[in-house]
Design a protein around this ligand. Sequence first.
Ligand code: 6AU
Length: 487
Amino acid sequence: MADERKALAIKLYEINAFKFGDFKMKVGINSPVYFDLRVIVSYPEVMKTVSDLIAAHIKEHQLTAKHVCGVPYTALPLATLVSVQQGTPMLVRRKEAKDYGTKKLIEGLYNAGDTCLIVEDVVTSGSSVLDTVRDLQKEGIVVTDAVVVVDREQGGAVNIANKQVRMHSLFTLSFLLNTLLDAGKIQRDTVEAVAKYIAASQIKGDGSFVNPQRKVASEFSRTKLSFEHRATLAKSELAKQLFHLMASKKTNLCLAADLTKSEEILNIAEICGPYICVLKTHIDIVEDFDEAFIQKLRSLADKHNFLIMEDRKFADIGNTVSLQYGKGVYKIANWADLVTAHALSGRSILQGLKAGLADSASDGRKHGVFLLAELSNSGSLIDAKYSEAASKIATEGADIDFVAGVVCQSASCFHFPGLVQLTPGVKIDDTVDQLGQQYQTPEHVVQERGADIGVVGRGILQTKCVEKAAALYRDRLWAAYTDRIAK
Ligand code: 6AU
């Protein structure tokens, strides 16, 4: 299916279903990319491929609605093909009610309580999909999913998700750009111009633009969505798994088990396991590392349902990183669900890590990486430009299916809701340590800084009763998250 999608992406470009240049948009600013999927009706083979891919997507994700409805007008013929192919009755939404006869907005046979899947060609802000959802809902029809051909990645998925509808896309704009770049159809400067435009023109649910200079938590929709919702938007399997784990176990606490004896780590994992979603290790500080220790730690992870993150902070060239991940004494790829990596060496860090997985013995477990875009200590050399470039690596390009999240200190660091924000430097008494670590309270990191997961090390490890401390941090971090999405 991947090759079929790539071939279709190139075909769509060749028939001018999208173009690059300088185009005036409905929303009032100029865009370097323009979509016009109306042309595809002149190419029956393209119509067939697009509707086949939509049908395959519906099947793969088991989207079993009773009706299908296209957003008028471009998506109407696509919805028709899907309806006929699947044997699913169609509904047609009129843009204006007739001024004679029944005055119905929705044509077709239905009952209140029926379910309906939406089909759309291109989504920018999501407003056209939501107009159709609204009219269907007025008739008592339930809409939970929309399948769209192209997601322009300008905030539409989030705006639609905010109305409790999952958006699925055959293509994201980044996929189209990367496919054309790989095929030598466009130049890198076109990709960069479009990426810059997209980043600068995110559109909110009310149609206004998110100003990228002022992406503060209060207007940041990623932080308003529930973990269950964000699981549906995630591109990495591990991010999906982590969002589900947090939602079902009701914990967004990561324990930094920074201890130097294997016995101490196992002991703390047994005690704190029920309260955490992730246990974070620094394996190179363990003085008595051996295979038996790892086996015991993995069985505790299974017993208490938490993920293991090795905070290795990989930072070398791809080839070295692949060896550091898969080989050596620790064979991290064999046992860690998640690892951390610096973005310093660019995209090749992701390719190197993927290569390191090649012959790992991890029993079919999935893997993911958290990229570091900001650090919590004072005097860090990371500046705003670096953070932005690091977040870009996490959200654009062919390897983003491997990125589960970003380690950072602020909500403005990235906006894709399918990634998890992990924020260290959490302590109830917000102080500093002797070596530059800066602490914030659980409420502050979650509600002001956009953290999805708070990392707590010494705040738990250096207390008399670690179990009580873990329960307290779990409760405060979780309450801060539930308050955040309720506001
Ligand atoms: O709560 P602490 O200060 O005892 O432990 C914080 C943990 C340590 C650090 O290596 C790690 O979080 N950390 C990270 C991570 C997770 O990558 C990034 C950062 O900016 N600051 C930070 O402290 O294990």
